[in-house]
Design a protein around this ligand. Structure first.
Ligand SMILES: O=C(CO)[C@@H](O)[C@H](O)COP(=O)(O)O
Ligand SMILES: [Fe+2]
Length: 217
């Protein structure tokens, strides 16, 4: 199976957001990855609803929204209204994770759980059957352009085993420091979806870079 490619709009040129989104529309990207940072869960602030709605007006592909915010349960419906197709909340930010997953699904969006590099995937044991996706962070969240953490390969194997054991349909998404060099092994270990920000938008030819990632086996 060819990987799902989800370029992270965080790395795009915000001053030319419409043309960046149109470039993604014309590319082999499958999803638009939207990073929401609140300055509390992570030490950075990205953008909020007005920008997301502006992206949605031009986007012709599903929006994969990664919430790096505290108390995400307060904003799930608003993110859905702003155009989210998948909403991922951090396990580290949710006291009542099972409830928040049900809340996301009740909006009609797909439900994802994002997992920081230090968090064991075994903590997902009792919720994995309920979710559509797990977003494994392969950098500490908060910034684009960071170095990929190698321990991610082992975590994919552990997560894949858990998904099989629990008869879950969850996709495995890898987020942070993904590039053409690490993509083959990520897919071999069991990743389904690859987020790529700086690797795509800093490249001389983003359309070709996305096509190259899509072609990785
Ligand atoms: O969620 C995050 C960072 O917190 C990511 O989605 C990054 O935005 C991916 O960017 P690169 O590491 O690919 O530059
Ligand atoms: Fe992300």
């Amino acid at each position: 199976m060819r990987p799902i490619i989800a370029p992270s709009v965080l790395a795009s040129d915000f001053a030319n957001l419409q043309s960046e989104v149109e470039m993604l529309n014309n590319s082999q990207a499958d999803w638009l990855h939207i990073d929401i940072m609140d300055g509390r869960f992570v030490p950075n602030i990205s953008f909020g609803f007005p920008v997301m709605e502006a992206i949605k007006r031009h986007a012709q592909k599903p929006m994969d929204v990664h919430l790096m915010i505290v108390e995400p349960e307060l904003y799930i419906e608003r993110f859905r209204d702003a155009g989210a197709d998948t909403i991922s909340v951090h396990i580290e930010a949710c006291t009542h994770l099972h409830r928040t997953v049900q809340q996301i699904k009740a909006t009609g969006a797909k439900a994802g759980i994002a997992v920081n590099p230090h968090t064991s995937v075994q903590l997902l044991e009792d919720v994995i059957a309920d979710v559509d996706m797990v977003c494994l962070m392969s950098v500490n969240p908060g910034f684009g352009g960071q170095k990929f953490i190698e321990n991610t390969y082992r975590k994919i194997e552990n997560l894949k085993n858990l998904i099989i054991q629990r008869n879950s349909q969850a996709l495995i998404e890898i987020d942070g420091g993904v590039n053409q060099d690490n993509a083959p092994l990520l897919l071999e270990k069991g990743a389904d979806a690859l987020v790529a920000g700086s690797f795509v938008f800093s490249s001389p030819d983003p359309l070709q870079t996305i096509a190259d990632l899509k072609a990785v086996k």
